[in-house]
Structures are given as C-alpha cells and as structure tokens.
Ligand binder design. Sequence first.
Ligand SMILES: *Cc1c(COP(=O)(O)O)cnc(C)c1O
Length: 349
Amino acid sequence: MELVDLRSDTVTRPTDAMRHAMATAEMGDDVYGEDPTGNALEARVAALLGHEAGLFVPSGSLGNQLGVRLLVPAGGELLCDRLAHVVRAELGGHAVLGGVTTRTWAAPRGRLDPHEVIAMATPDAGPYLVSTRAIAVEDTHNFGGGTVQDLAAMQALRAWADGAGVALHLDGARLWNAHVATGVPLQAIGGLFDTASVCLSKGLGAPIGSVLVSSAERIAQARVWRKRYGAGMRQIGVLAAAGLHALDHHLARLADDHARARRLAVALGEVRPDVVDAATVETNIVVLDLAGGPTAPALAAAAREQGVLVSVLGAQVARLVTHLDVGDDGIDRAVDVLGGLLRDGLRHP
Ligand SMILES: *Cc1c(COP(=O)(O)O)cnc(C)c1O
C-alpha cells in the first residue's frame, strides 16, 4: 500500500529533473565564496524578496536563528505570536545560543494584528524592563493553519517600526505559498522586513535548504555566524541547484496544493463541521480541531494503519499538509480514510 504522507510538505523527495539539475550543477568551495550555483541562488532569492544579499543555510531554523541574532542583542527582546515557529519549534535556540528573550501575543489562527503588537512593544524600556529589539512575523502561519498575513497589517507594522527603532524579521518558511495564494509580489512582502528567511525544502520540494536575506552588511555578519555555528558548507551547489530548479518549476504549482487542501477540508468538513471549517483554509495546511474526539494521537494511529499519515500537534489538534508528492488520488484516499474515521469514530475497519 502506498502511503499518503500528509504530515508535512518537508517530506517530498527530489524529482528526476531536480536530481539531474543537482547532478550537473557547477560547484566550488562556498566557504571561499566560490560556489557559482550557491552564489546564483543567494542572489536570485535576495532579488525576489527585495533585498541586497542572501545566505544559503541548511535549515529554516538556522535562517531564523541568524536573522534574529542580527537584530536582537543578547538580553534584548523578540516579540512574536504564541504559536510562532521561532518560539514553539526551534527548541529554545534563540535563547540558548543568542541570549534572546521573548514575549508572545495571542493570535487567533496566527493572524497578525499590528495594533496589539505595537501596544505591547517596549522599545526603550530603560534599566528596569527588557527593551523590545525586534518583532517576528510568520507568513504563511504554520500552526495557525497556513494563514496568509494581511499585507496592510504588515505595512502598518513597518510604518510604526521605523520611528520606534524596532526591527522586523520575517519567518517566511512558506512565503511562496502566501505569494501564490494572493498574487502579492514577493518583494512587496519581503521588502517590509529587515531580515527574512525562506525555505526551499517545504512546498518547493527541494531536499534541503533555506535562504536568509537582508542588507549586504548584515549578510556579511550572518556569514560569520553561520561558520561559527558550524554551518559553513563547501560545495553547496549540489543543494542550491535543487533550489534554483524548484524556483523555476515548482512555484506556480503551489496553487495545486492549495486547491487540494481546500478539497480535503471541504470533504472532511461535510463529515464533521466541528472539526474543520474549509473557509479558513487559505493555502496548503488543514488543521483539525478534535475537541469533539477522537484524540489526535488515536486518529493518527488509526489513519496510519490505513496508509494515511497525519501530524499530531497536540492532544486535540492534528495537521494535514498537501505537497508535490500527494496528487488527486492521494487526496481521495485521505478523504476516504479520515472521513471514515471521523464519521464513525475509531470503530471503522
Ligand atoms: C519549517 C519551518 C521553519 C524551518 O524549519 P526547518 O525544519 O528548520 O527547516 C521555520 N518556520 C516555519 C513557520 C516553518 O514551518
């Protein structure tokens, strides 16, 4: 039985065409700045996002780690929402390695409300309170369910941040999905932030890699920190070629993933309207609210027996993510299996 793996869009394997691009990539030693394919990828992503320079990093977590480090000195504060990947899924890296403290705001579905954020910021808190040095925004929002941030909200934050002396970091792991879902140019979003990290290894389907973008000066500092963290890589062209191939061939097709996520949500919502409201599905992520049962681990275990893999995000929260390696047949299977389990409880054969 072929598995339908909806745990994450990170599970994709390189296509034959991508493997060919990787196998034939021009390469050099990137620690010497001499990998032509890596340099091309960094320049291309920087330009796409409206920045001067880019830095290839092995993971989105390192992209965020370096981006935040450039903006927040040790002992300074980063504000983010309480479901943000930077505070929930990076294992305290910003605190452990960067000395960064965080405060969070509650954001339904991860959606940014600039007024709430501005009200809690303390940019110049004097000697008694922690000073806010940066704010992190996630677009699309992963644990929020693939939520696309409102451009006007991000613009309002930018307009305030300039005068307040607070920097902005974008966790754009799935910025590509936001762009494809709305048609808002990548530059229009990326250019609002001082640093931005984007993943090639999610919906774009590359096996490994993220790119951090910022000013040339900041990226030069980030290059030092990347090496210090032990992530100065050598012939990165083999990976960068996958990223370039993905930008050429896998960006527009994200619309297919969005349509499939929507179809999955509509079908499951018909079975159990309390579990998913398809109107909230904006991109490639469907979050199941299982307060009415079964528990998420029980659902995941039962679905796995029938060849459908889903992520458990909490006792009552499961997540389904569509991607390059799940086609229409896979969605049909997922609807059958998950729809059956949700309809009949876990007695389903
Ligand atoms: C996946 C993801 C990252 C980075 O994850 P890595 O596994 O470290 O590449 C960062 N932010 C968000 C919102 C993500 O979904």
